[in-house]
Design a protein around this ligand. Structure first.
Ligand code: PBG
Length: 324
């Protein structure tokens, strides 16, 4: 008790603070997302995500040339097809945009780790993550298409498959199909606890994937629930997930913490589009120091228990050495 105990003794200078620091954010634990777009020649800015673009394959390769030199070692790819339809045909087409991009990236950057997002919403005309029957999103008929999509990604060179659709049973369906086709060594990073969140807004602008009717609350989780996240994670582990994700990150640090405390698997946190854009907006408006905000946010996500983080800030962090 004071005056014998004085916590400030250990905060006196940088050296002491560094010695006792419990968490150090790590450059090697960052994953950078990219949007690759089909059927256009030039890069498109995304208005609600300053600094992030939709890139045709050639420009993506040029961008990667630069970003890999900065230290990007792992990426997650999202595809924006030229045409969308009811069946999400572009998602599992062997010449779809993600499949083509994977082959080109592997050719030019064999060392780069490619994670592919497996979902239908970027490819369906209605913008939902699964097949639509009437006004319902049909779970079971979606599974086969997700599994097909996953295999087509693996065949194109994806290193990790990341299903983000939130259909029940998708991890098992994908695992079985990958194994059947000889991809038993490809890990599954499942978006296990993915909440229905307003923080995905800018992503949906980027991918043109906002649902045309209703919303995603019949498949994504209700943010009032925390125990349910553990159930989702258990189920995905049972079905064969190798890494589990909590998404979004910032308003869900308690979920990251609980999952990390309860499971033995690596946990990935997704620092999503809306979280990125808020910080960018604050920086631009002069309401906050972007570098400091980003360092604090990323440290908090690691402190909560994330083993790795998907973040649109990755390139800025690496370029400006914000973790040094
Ligand atoms: C696809 C998907 C989404 C995100 C990742 N995969 C959008 C959604 O569920 O509506 C969001 C990522 C972000 O906001 O950065 N289902």
């Amino acid at each position: 008790m004071y005056p014998y105990y004085r916590p400030r003794r250990l905060r006196e200078n940088e050296i002491i603070r560094d010695l006792i620091a419990e968490t150090k954010p790590d450059y090697n634990k960052l994953i950078m997302p990219y949007f690759v777009i089909e059927g256009v020649d030039s890069t498109q800015a995304i208005e609600s995500m300053p600094g992030i673009q939709r890139l045709p394959i050639d420009n993506l390769l040029k961008q990667l040339d630069y970003d890999v030199k900065l230290g990007v070692r792992a990426i997650i790819l999202f595809g924006i097809p030229y045409e969308k339809d009811e069946k999400a045909s572009g998602a599992y087409d062997e010449n779809g945009i993600v499949q083509k991009a994977c082959r080109e990236i592997k050719k030019h950057f064999p060392e780069l780790l490619i994670i592919t997002d497996v979902c239908l919403c970027e490819y369906t005309s209605h913008g939902h993550c699964g097949m639509v029957k009437g006004k319902q999103i049909d779970n079971d008929s979606t599974l086969e298409l997700l599994a097909k999509t996953a295999v087509s990604h693996a065949m194109a060179g994806a290193d990790i498959i990341a299903p983000s659709d939130m259909m029940d049973g998708r991890v098992e369906a994908i695992r079985q199909e990958l194994d059947d086709k000889g991809f038993m060594t490809i890990p599954i990073l499942s978006y296990a606890a993915k909440y229905a969140s307003a923080f995905y807004g800018p992503f949906r602008d980027a991918a043109g994937s906002a649902p045309q009717f209703g919303d995603r609350r019949s498949y994504q989780m209700d943010y009032r629930n925390a125990h349910e996240a553990l159930k989702e994670v258990y189920l995905d582990i049972d079905e064969g997930a190798d890494i589990v994700m909590v998404k979004p990150a910032l308003s869900y640090l308690d979920i990251i913490y609980r999952v990390k405390q309860s499971m033995e698997l690596p946990v990935c946190a997704y620092n999503v589009s809306g979280e990125y854009s808020m910080v960018k907006a604050a920086g631009t408006l002069g309401f906050g120091d972007e570098a400091k905000l980003v360092r604090e946010i990323m440290t908090a996500i690691f402190r909560a228990g994330a083993d790795m983080v998907i973040s649109y800030h990755t390139c800025d962090i690496l370029k400006n050495r914000w973790f040094d």
